[in-house]
Design a protein around this ligand. Structure first.
Ligand SMILES: Cc1ncc(COP(=O)(O)O)c(C=O)c1O
Length: 402
């Protein structure tokens, strides 16, 4: 969909100014070009959105079918979600991170992390307030604040720092002003991971400067090699100032029937609850029932899922290396963050060349903030064979690194 004009001289409809604060969600021109190719029966390898192609776990599907047949599920869900869901999510956090959470006040189910993150910004940000967002970023980390009328400070994530932010460069004036600080490792779009020390530093910085910390742990289970992601809630004092978003979209390949939860500081969880009671009717009963089952799946299964993405990563990295790209190996998530070769005006130009000349859909790095320009993001959401075919197509089309 194209960008909504907030002022249309021909119409009496005057849209809210806040729609003018956010750029169009994803490059709509590229999306239109992709759809046009698909209409013409062109075989597009779609590596654009981070939408998992793997099936949801069969036991979760079975549970969903049986919940659908239970007429108790046909009425509105409770605003706080089902007690059993909150208890199961708390047990999962205990099993996975050894974190203890009170299911009565420190966990809230969400339709998705994306929705929850935006609503949290509405609970915290007044017009003019500041959020520190490491950039490139998952767009919603910035846009929740922008929609609420706030401002963002983009903290660069650079390859020379392994795509971790240099906390020492944040001006004290920004730390004094900021109300929110986002982190998200394993990272979308860079694929970077962080260690426990880094998380401790961020938590302590936020405690010292009285900033609310938000960790988006969407890819907690998608890490490669020996790396296991940590939760900020494992860090002393974090629960007083931080919340963490967890989604089932990636871990359980449930993006098409999304559900997520927020965990941590009860004051913040409650603030998000307040916004949600005014904007939605809670999370679908049936999907809550299915996810209670998902939480019981042994953690070892997630390592198998991660291995599938790791193999795809390896196929793509090896082949890209032959085309001249010598880039850091992503430690997690499901993306390759690829520098744009010389000769292209922008990341959009290179993404468009990949689409039109090699029929590969990707996302231009500029969509992920100021520091995303100069890169494109490739999502590992197709089989190893198709991923290999994508790089072969690049080679045939002369789309190599120079
Ligand atoms: C970092 C990050 N957070 C959240 C989401 C969305 O999660 P959900 O499907 O729960 O809204 C994504 C989706 O790509 C993501 O990359």
């Amino acid at each position: 969909m194209s960008k909504l004009p907030t002022e249309n001289k021909k119409s009496f409809i005057k849209l809210a100014e806040r729609l003018g604060y956010v750029p169009t969600y994803i490059f709509s021109k590229l999306d239109k070009e992709k759809q046009d190719l698909i209409q013409k029966n062109v075989d597009v390898i779609d590596l654009s959105l981070g939408s998992p192609d793997l099936p949801s776990p069969p036991v979760v599907i079975e549970e969903c079918i049986s919940a659908l047949k239970d007429r108790n599920n046909y009425r509105y869900p409770p605003f706080w979600g089902h007690k059993k869901f909150r208890e199961s999510a708390a047990e999962w956090m205990k099993k996975r991170f050894s974190v203890t959470l009170d299911p009565e006040s420190e966990i809230l189910p969400l339709t998705g992390s994306k929705e929850g993150i935006t609503h949290l910004a509405f609970a915290i940000i007044n017009p003019g307030d500041l959020t520190i967002v490491p950039s490139p970023y998952y767009p919603v980390h910035a846009r929740g604040t922008l929609l609420a009328g706030g401002k963002i400070y983009e903290l660069p994530l650079l390859e020379k720092n392994n795509f971790l932010p240099d906390l020492d460069i944040i001006p004290q004036s920004m730390l004094d002003k900021a109300k929110l600080f986002f982190i998200s490792y394993p990272n979308n779009p860079t694929g970077a991971v962080c260690d426990f020390d880094f998380l401790e530093k961020v938590v302590n910085l936020c405690i010292k400067n009285q900033i609310v910390l938000v960790s988006d742990l969407a890819y907690s289970e998608l890490t490669f090699g020996n790396h296991i992601a940590s939760s900020i809630l494992q860090i002393k004092g974090a629960k007083d100032i931080a919340v963490e978003f967890h989604t089932l979209s990636k871990t359980y390949s449930m993006a098409g029937w999304r559900i997520a939860f927020v965990a941590g500081c009860k004051e913040l969880v409650n603030a998000l609850y307040e916004v949600k009671t005014n904007t939605d009717y809670g999370v679908c009963n049936i999907i809550q029932a299915a996810s209670i089952k998902a939480f019981t799946i042994p953690l070892t299964e997630h390592r198998k899922t991660a291995m599938i993405y790791q193999e795809r990563r390896d196929v793509m990295m090896q082949k890209l290396k032959k085309l001249g790209w010598n880039i850091p190996t992503p430690g997690g998530a499901m993306y390759i963050w690829l520098p744009v070769p010389k000769g292209y005006k922008s990341s959009f130009d290179f993404s468009e060349a990949l689409l039109m000349k090699a029929h590969i859909a990707t996302i231009p790095g500029g969509s992920f903030g100021t520091y995303g320009e100069g890169y494109i993001r490739i999502a590992l959401v197709d089989s190893k064979e198709r991923i290999a075919e994508a790089v072969d197509r690049m080679e045939r089309a002369g789309l190599v690194f120079n």
